[in-house]
Design a protein around this ligand. Structure first.
Ligand code: NI
Length: 168
């Protein structure tokens, strides 16, 4: 397993559209393992392949307190969403240190394949529902800060540029 570098907003590679996975092979399983390790190492609850510059529809999530309930979503699709929307605070490993409220449907029904190609369906609510929607946005090139006001986005971009300068 290996830790993968995480792209930071506003890196233009975060805007790429991920392609569906067609081969459920060892390469995919290695990607999933590396993404999981990268997510746990960074103390995140979710990571999309886009964030590690792999433009395929793969997401890993673990919303458990014990950090041992990995959920893998390959080619995820939303089958239904609650008409009730709820504000909740989000953060993102690609935008470190930034947290803000985003409004989304409070529950979603999602279907996906696991890393072996087995299809499953689940009803997600609360943090898991937020997380699935947040990570699926990454697969279509969207970062959560794009839901915020233009003023906030401008501030976040300059803050991130300074952070990346300080790291470099
Ligand atoms: Ni994110």
């Amino acid at each position: 397993m290996a830790l993968l570098p995480i792209l930071h907003y506003p890196d233009p590679r975060l805007r790429k559209i991920a392609k569906p996975v067609t081969r459920f092979d060892e390469r995919l399983r290695a990607l999933v393992d590396n993404m999981a390790q990268t997510m746990y190492d960074a103390n995140g609850v979710g990571l999309a392949a886009t964030q590690v510059d792999v433009h395929e529809r793969v997401i890993v999530i673990d919303t458990s307190d014990t950090r041992d309930q990995l959920q893998v979503f390959v080619n995820p699709r939303i089958l239904g969403a609650s008409p009730v929307r709820r504000l909740s605070e989000e953060g993102c490993l690609s935008v470190p240190g930034v947290y803000d409220e985003v409004e989304r449907p409070e529950s979603v029904t999602v279907e996906a394949e696991d890393e072996r190609g087995r299809t499953f369906r689940l009803e997600a609510e609360q943090l898991l529902a937020v997380c699935i929607q947040h990570e699926m946005d990454h697969l279509t090139g969207k970062v959560f800060v794009e839901y915020l006001s233009q003023l906030k986005q401008t501030r976040i971009r300059s803050r991130m540029r300074k952070l990346d300068r300080d790291i470099a």
